[in-house]
Every structure is written in C-alpha cells, then in structure tokens.
Design a protein around this ligand. Structure first.
Ligand SMILES: [Zn+2]
Length: 416
C-alpha cells in the first residue's frame, strides 16, 4: 500500500507564507462548483535558501489553512526539487518529495542497470503498440542504449534519493515525484518510456513524473511555442504513462506533472481536453504566480505599497544578473524591453500594476517586467519585516487577488 496520489492536484507555492488561506479558498470555491483538486503546498530548497525559511513553516501554513477553513479533502506538502544533499530538513514535515535529477542527465555511469533495462523493454518489443499515440514508436536496442546513455545516471540517482527518503519516512508514507524539467533539451515520448522503464527497474514507485516538454515554460508568463505541437506531445506522454503502468508495474496512480505550470494560458485548453479525452490524472505545479499577485496588488494600493513595489523593481534592475542566474533555463527576458527605474517611479501605482498583471489583452502588460519581478522575490525577502508588515496591512486586496488568480485563471481553466 502506498499513499495515494489523487487524480487531480495542483501545486501552490507561497514564498512568504502568508497566502495559504487565500490559496485554499480557491480550491474550496472550485470544489463547490464540482471541480475537485487536491492542493499541494510546494516550496523548493532554492526558494527556502533565498527567503531564509524552513520547510516546517510550509507544513504549519498548510495545516493552519486546512484547519481554519475546514477543508475536508486531502492535501500535501511537497519538498520541491530536492536532492540527496538538500532533502534532510524536509524529511520530518513533507509527505510529497520531488526528486530533481536534471543535473544528472547526460552524465556517464558505470553502474549496472543497462541489461535490466533492455530486458524490461524487451517485454514490449522494438515497436511497442501504445494506444492513442500520434505515431508509431521505434525502440531498437541501439536506440535504447542511446537513450539510456542520457538518462540512466539520472534514474540511478533518483533511486538513491528515493531509498534515502524511504528509510526515513517508511515505505508508502509519501508521494514520489521525479523531475527532469530544469534542463535545456526536452524529453521525447520515447525518452519518457525508457525513463519510466528504468525507474521501474530501479524500484522507484514513481507517482508523478515531470518531463521537460517542447517549448519554453518560462516563469510567470505564457507558454512560448506551438500549442498544437505541445498538445500532440502531451497526448503521447500521457499514453506512454498509461502504457508504462500496465507493462512495467509502476503505481496505478502515476501521472504527469507539469512544472512551471502557472500562467500557461495558451495551453490550458489543450491540457484540459487531452486530460478529459484520456481520462487520466494530472499534477500542475505553480509557485511564483502568488508572489506576483502580492507585488502587483501592492503596486496598485498606493502609498507605501506602491513605493515598495517600485523599490523592488529598481533593485531587480540593479541585481539583474545575480537574480536571473539560478533561473536561467526558465526565464527569457528581453532587457531592452525593461523600463528604467526612473520611468517606473513616474508611473501611477495602477499603471505599474498593469505592467505586472498577466493580462495579455492589456497593452500595458509587460512580460519582461513580470519575469524579472518573478525572480526578484529575493529583494522582498531581504526587506524582512517591512515586507511582512505590508502583507499584513494589505492582506485584504492581496488575498482577493491571490484567490482570484488561482481559481479563475488556473483551477477552473485547467481542471474545470
Ligand atoms: Zn520544476
């Protein structure tokens, strides 16, 4: 028996830990209209380091929101993007672990495993007949070897981290996600099939898997790429997941996880209809979209809130390289499109807020400003109590914006 991963779930990050109730309100409202999605509070090690927070605070926030709003459904706390060196402090408080092995892709390994993998894949033959895929799959032994050369060491690492977590939490007491999204090259559906077969060989009971899809999944802004190409690949990936469950003995609740999933408005309709057509589960992870609601709402309130938002923007311009470096594979900023700090200083609060808010129909919307502020949360973290006290003073308008964003722009569009 293992902790079951429910069919639909959405990851909600909350960098500063003030919006748990506002976020959960969105799930409660969605459930009232028949859209049942399990909330998962995720925070990566990287975010904890930047904000100087502890994983126990995420657990406390989730428990508090659930208790105070009377949520009767399940919920999880995700140790997001952890590895063997960073997982320890998450072990006592998380029940969902996102094992990030992207850094191990392409690394040579002399560990055994290739023979097992070839045997595992021999079960389905060199031309596996996978229902619902858009084209025939071809997995001759040479191709398996080539794919394994890219991913076997990542899968081995996933096994090591999984067993380490299992030793501490106990088998079946947590949800296992494996992520390979933070890399430059996307994984094809064939890659995914081989990776899943290898995870099965390695004994990792993976319940959600986050591949890197084709196209850019930049933080806080819309998908960059051809939605039709994405839809085909997404459909093939879903078909591969179902096939892998059937043939390799992976957990029946295994599903895809879409990372950097917030604000991808142009692919939500394709995701929604594909998931319905395939009657499958889905996890979609968001994080910084909530921080962006905070800063946009503050920009709009006037007075001290607007002053603070302007300062964060000016600081982000000053510390551009340092802020962008950790997120290089998930942002694309055209620096020439960033207004100067002086320009932003001269704008009224709501005009600045309109630059930040993700409304593609508003000519004032500036996706480069939005991405820069997305990675600029470190500056709000550095402001310490000054930022927390603004979050408290303006809790009402900020909370409303956070709920509205999670509910109407995400939950209902993706899962409704
Ligand atoms: Zn990710």
């Amino acid at each position: 028996m293992h902790m079951k991963m429910e069919k639909f779930s959405m990851g909600i990050g909350d960098r500063f830990g003030h919006q748990g109730r506002a976020q959960l309100t969105a799930f409660i409202t969605a459930a009232r209209s028949g859209v049942h999605v399990v909330p998962v509070w995720n925070k990566s090690n990287r975010e904890h380091l930047i904000v100087h927070s502890e994983p126990s605070a995420v657990r406390a926030e989730a428990d508090d929101a659930v208790r105070s709003l009377g949520w009767k459904g399940t919920y999880h706390v995700d140790a997001d993007h952890i590895g063997i060196k960073t997982v320890d402090r998450f072990l006592p408080v998380s029940d969902f672990f996102t094992i990030d092995v992207a850094d191990f892709i392409g690394k040579p390994t002399d560990e055994p495993g290739l023979d097992d993998l070839i045997r595992q894949l021999a079960k389905v033959g060199p031309r596996p007949e996978i229902p619902s895929v858009s084209r025939p799959f071809e997995l001759a032994p040479e191709k398996i070897v080539a794919i394994a050369a890219k991913y076997l060491s990542a899968v081995k690492e996933a096994g090591r981290v999984y067993r380490y977590i299992e030793k501490s939490r106990g088998r079946g007491n947590f949800i296992t996600e494996v992520s390979m999204d933070e890399t430059d090259r996307p994984q094809t559906p064939e890659d995914l099939l081989v990776i899943l077969a290898a995870l099965a060989c390695e004994g990792v009971p993976v319940q959600t898997i986050a591949p890197k899809f084709t196209g850019r999944f930049n933080k806080g802004v819309d998908y960059q790429g051809d939605p039709a190409v994405f839809e085909r690949e997404f459909m093939d990936d879903i078909a591969v997941v179902a096939f892998a469950v059937r043939h390799f003995g992976l957990p029946g609740d295994l599903k895809l996880s879409v990372h950097s999933g917030s604000d991808k408005f142009s692919i939500y309709a394709p995701i929604n209809r594909t998931v319905k057509r395939m009657n499958c589960g889905l996890h979609l992870k968001t994080a910084g979209t909530t921080w962006l609601e905070e800063i946009a709402a503050l920009a709009a309130v006037g007075g001290e809130g607007t002053t603070f938002a302007r300062e964060v923007y000016a600081g982000a311009l000053d510390h551009y390289d340092e802020l962008c470096a950790p997120y290089a594979s998930v942002i694309d900023i055209d620096k020439s499109r960033l207004p100067s700090a002086k320009k932003v200083q001269s704008l009224p609060g709501d005009a600045f807020a309109a630059m930040i808010r993700h409304d593609a129909n508003n000519p004032a919307y500036n996706p480069w400003v939005r991405q820069l502020l997305h990675v600029g949360y470190k500056l709000a973290a550095n402001a310490g109590p000054r930022y927390s006290s603004l979050l408290k003073t303006y809790a009402e308008p900020i909370g409303r914006a956070v709920t509205e964003n999670i509910l109407n722009r995400h939950l209902l569009k993706i899962f409704g």
